[in-house]
Ligand binder design. Structure first.
Ligand code: NAP
Length: 436
């Protein structure tokens, strides 16, 4: 029997567990660890609440958790309750699937002002992440800005612009729904340091902005290169650019009070305000010969009492695990960090790709594990039994998948009409739902 620990129960963790389970069958025990009593990582805390079809992938993960050799061990923080070194003693292999939950910093003056929040914080707030439930982003001003031109920037801008009616059927948490309902924000400026051709937004996500109840996208046609330049683009990306061009060719709907303004070639220099964010000083840019943003020296102000930076994420460091500072991920070669230690998903590749990208990624790393550790050989590692002994000595009470199902049942039971669930947003509430 082999013993494997997969640390993290987001998409990368579940696909890896699925692959290991398929490869080893009844010759391995696979433990999926999570710091919270609830699974799914990015699916629960990252994917937008109004994108329920994307969240439905969790049903597939439930099937993995039901496999006889697979066990979920929640409420255990690796790096605090148990170290990676200790896990390596207990398991044949340890696979780190902890994602990239930290916001990258812009590194400009004013970033620490009140009212400037990272997208991980803002997304965590509306998705009920316990670390960010108390964020209370300022929604009392009329102007907000989102910095970045990726899908996360789109998520943040869309959530700020929707009406309560448009959240029907979503699982946005109650505190965020209520706060957004009272929001005074009428203009969300989406700042891109490069041009329309350089966006990292996908067609479906971009297209949604054209159908919002109260908000119109505003795009300046003058920002685009000549139409022929679109021919060289990869088809999916060309579709996004075509949607942007359509936005540019459509006047904002006067019946809609909100605007989502795409401000391209706009590089934030500093954020200013009296003790809190009031405006961003932006430099107009142009593309240099390598396609990078080059400042032109022309500056202007973008008013914003809420500034959300959506410029990418990084993986937190863990004691004893080599780290790639530039990439914001664990240092690894094809998923191998070191002897019996692996990384998958964003912790391996950095924060890019869709949920589905994690599937081949997890399968590839599982294959590396299988090559290094043939199923036939027996290991003398203690696995889950050893881990539970250690946790018991430390007063840590882990949770299992049945516990999660109880929490889920309670969350589903307390949903507002039309919503799939009302999430608990505090660790204590998860545990009290279990009678602890
Ligand atoms: P991303 O796609 O890498 O986009 C990051 C954006 O931030 C880029 O536009 C980048 O511009 C900009 N940026 C980086 N540093 C900057 C700086 N210092 N100043 C100004 N702008 C800066 O990252 P993401 O939006 O966080 O998304 C992460 C991954 O999740 C992506 O693969 C995304 O597609 C995926 N995702 C998918 C969905 C969905 O499918 N519905 C939803 C959310 C996220 P440059 O290009 O100039 O560097």
């Amino acid at each position: 029997m082999r013993h494997f620990a997969v640390v993290g129960s987001g998409p990368a963790g579940f696909y890896t567990a699925e692959a290991l389970s398929k490869t080893y069958g009844d010759k391995a025990r696979i433990n999926i660890l999570d710091r919270y009593p609830v699974p799914y990582g990015l699916i629960r805390f990252g994917v937008a609440p109004d994108h329920q079809s994307l969240k439905a992938v969790s049903k597939r993960y439930d099937k993995v958790a039901d496999e006889p050799g697979v066990d979920f061990i929640g409420n255990v923080t690796v790096g605090r309750d148990v170290s990676v070194e200790e896990l390596l003693e207990l398991y044949d292999a340890v696979i780190l699937a902890i994602g990239a939950p930290h916001d990258r910093k812009l590194g400009i003056p004013g970033e620490d002002l009140a009212g400037v929040v990272g997208s991980a914080e803002f997304v965590g707030w509306y998705n009920g992440h316990p670390e960010f439930a108390d964020l209370d982003p300022p929604l009392g001003g009329t102007h907000a800005a989102v910095i970045g031109n990726g899908n996360v920037a789109l998520d943040c801008a869309r959530i700020l612009s929707k009406t309560p009616h448009e959240f029907e059927g979503s699982d946005i948490v109650g505190h965020a729904l209520e706060a957004l309902d009272g929001s005074a924000i009428r203009t969300v400026t989406i700042l891109g340091r490069r041009g329309p051709h350089q966006i990292a937004m996908t067609p479906k996500e971009l297209g949604e902005l054209g159908h919002l109840e109260e908000a119109s996208p505003v795009v300046d046609a003058a920002d685009f290169p000549p139409m022929e330049a679109d021919d060289a683009l990869e088809p999916g990306h060309r579709k996004s650019i075509t949607i942007l061009r359509e936005f540019a060719g459509t006047p904002a709907d006067p019946a809609k009070p909100k605007r989502m303004v795409f401000d391209f070639f706009a590089k934030p220099l500093r954020i200013e305000g009296n003790g809190k964010a009031e405006r961003i000083i932006v430099e107009r840019t142009e593309l240099d010969e390598n396609g990078a943003a080059r400042g032109t020296g022309e500056t202007y102000e973008v008013p914003a009492s809420l500034v959300i930076t959506a410029i990418g994420y990084s993986t937190p460091q863990m004691a004893g695990v080599p780290y790639d500072e530039r990439g914001g991920k664990f240092r690894n070669e094809g998923g191998i960090i070191g002897d019996r230690l692996y990384a998958v998903g964003w912790a391996r590749r950095g924060p890019t790709g869709t949920i589905g990208t994690n599937r081949p990624d997890g399968y590839e790393v599982a294959e590396q594990v299988a090559t290094a550790m043939p199923a036939a050989a027996n290991s003398d590692r203690a696995g889950a039994e050893g881990l539970k002994r250690l946790l018991n000595e430390r007063g840590i009470m882990p949770t299992d998948y049945d516990d999660w199902r109880k929490i889920e049942e309670t969350e589903v039971g307390q949903a507002r009409p039309g919503s799939p669930r009302e999430k608990f947003v505090r660790v204590e509430d998860w545990l009290s739902a279990l009678g602890r």
